[in-house]
Design a protein around this ligand. Structure first.
Ligand code: ZN
Length: 296
C-alpha cells in the first residue's frame, strides 16, 4: 500500500486556467490545507510548458489525451507524450492504478458557477459530487456515462476521477471569488474522502440527484469557407443551465439575422460562448437535465 497515492489534486491541465495553478501554489505553501485525518493529498501542475506560455495547450488539448487508444499508441505530439508520462507516474489508468483519487481544477469563461464533473458512472465519485452539492447548494453536477477506455480526461488516470469547473472567468487571469469557490469545492471534496475513510458516508442507501448530462456541442454559424460568420445570440449569452426551446434565439449572424434553435425538443445549455470552444468553432453545449439514481 505504500506506493498508493490516496489523493492527487491537479491544476494547470489547461495552461491558461490560472485559478487552479494559483490554488496549487497556495496548497504547496500551506500543506495543512491538503491534510486530513486519514491522508495528505499530493499536487500536480499538469502542463507546465502551457502554464509558462499562458496557453491552453501547445499542440493538443491535454484533457483529451487520456483515452486507452492515445495512451497506448506512439505519441504524436507533446501533450500525448505528457499524458503517457503522467499515466506512467500516476496510473496506469484502470482498476490497478496507483492513484485512488484525482481531483482536477478547471475554469470556464461561461457563466456556470461551480460545476462538479463526473465522467463515468462511478458511484463513489457521484457520492462526492452529491456531498459537495449539499455543502454548496449552488453547485451543479455534470454527468457523463463514458467507459473508462473512452474517457479522455486526465483525472481518469485514477481509480476515481473528479473535476471541478468554476466560472465565469476569462482565460489567463485570476479573480478572488472564482478562486475562493474553487478552494471551497476542493476542500469539501477532501472532507468527503476523510469522512468516507472514517466510515461516516452511508454506502447502503440508494441515492438520487438532479444532473445535467451532455448531449452534444453545437457549431457556431460558419460560411461556406468554414469561417465563423456569427455568434451566440445576446438573449442566450450567460444563460448557462437555462432551458432552450425550439424556435428560441440561438445564434445571430454578423448581419444581425437571428438563427433560432431548430431542435425537436427543449434542451438545457452550458458552456455558452466558452472561449476554449472557438478552436473548433463550437458555440455551446446542449445538455439533458435528468434525475440520476445510483447505488453501490
Ligand atoms: Zn480546463
Amino acid at each position: 500500500m505504500a506506493s498508493l497515492n490516496r489523493v492527487v489534486v491537479v491544476g494547470g491541465t489547461h495552461g491558461n486556467e490560472k485559478t487552479g495553478v494559483q490554488l496549487i501554489h497556495r496548497l504547496q505553501n500551506n500543506p495543512q490545507e491538503l491534510t486530513r485525518e486519514s491522508f495528505t493529498a499530493q499536487t500536480l501542475l499538469a502542463n507546465e510548458a502551457a502554464i509558462a506560455r499562458n496557453c491552453r495547450y501547445l499542440e493538443q488539448d491535454l484533457n483529451r489525451c487520456f483515452t486507452d487508444e492515445l495512451l497506448s499508441e506512439a505519441a504524436a505530439n507533446k501533450e500525448q507524450a505528457l499524458a503517457q508520462a503522467i499515466n506512467r507516474q500516476f496510473g496506469p489508468k484502470g482498476p490497478d492504478s496507483k492513484t485512488e483519487w484525482m481531483i482536477d481544477l478547471h475554469t470556464t469563461t461561461a457563466n456556470m458557477g461551480i460545476t462538479l464533473v463526473v465522467q463515468q458512472h462511478d458511484p463513489i465519485a457521484l457520492d462526492m459530487a452529491h456531498y459537495v452539492q449539499q455543502k454548496l447548494p449552488e453547485a451543479v453536477i455534470f454527468y457523463e456515462n463514458n467507459t473508462s477506455a473512452a474517457d479522455p480526461f486526465l483525472c481518469s488516470v485514477a481509480r476515481h476521477g473528479f473535476l471541478i469547473e468554476v466560472g465565469p472567468i476569462p482565460q489567463g487571469l485570476l479573480r478572488w471569488e472564482i478562486f475562493e469557490q474553487t478552494r471551497q469545492a476542493l476542500s469539501h471534496s477532501l472532507d468527503f474522502i476523510e469522512r468516507l475513510d472514517a466510515g461516516e458516508i452511508d454506502l447502503e442507501s440508494p441515492r438520487e440527484a438532479e444532473v445535467f448530462q451532455f448531449v452534444e456541442k453545437l457549431h457556431l454559424p460558419r460560411n461556406t469557407a468554414g469561417e465563423i460568420s456569427g455568434m451566440v445570440h445576446p438573449d442566450l449569452q450567460d444563460k448557462d443551465y437555462h432551458q432552450l426551446k425550439p424556435g428560441e434565439p440561438l445564434f445571430i449572424l454578423d448581419t444581425g439575422q437571428t438563427i433560432p434553435f431548430d431542435g425537436p425538443e427543449p434542451v438545457h445549455v452550458a458552456f455558452v460562448n466558452e472561449a476554449a470552444y472557438y478552436d473548433q468553432a463550437y458555440g455551446l453545449s446542449i445538455m439533458r437535465k435528468r434525475s440520476l439514481s445510483w447505488k453501490h
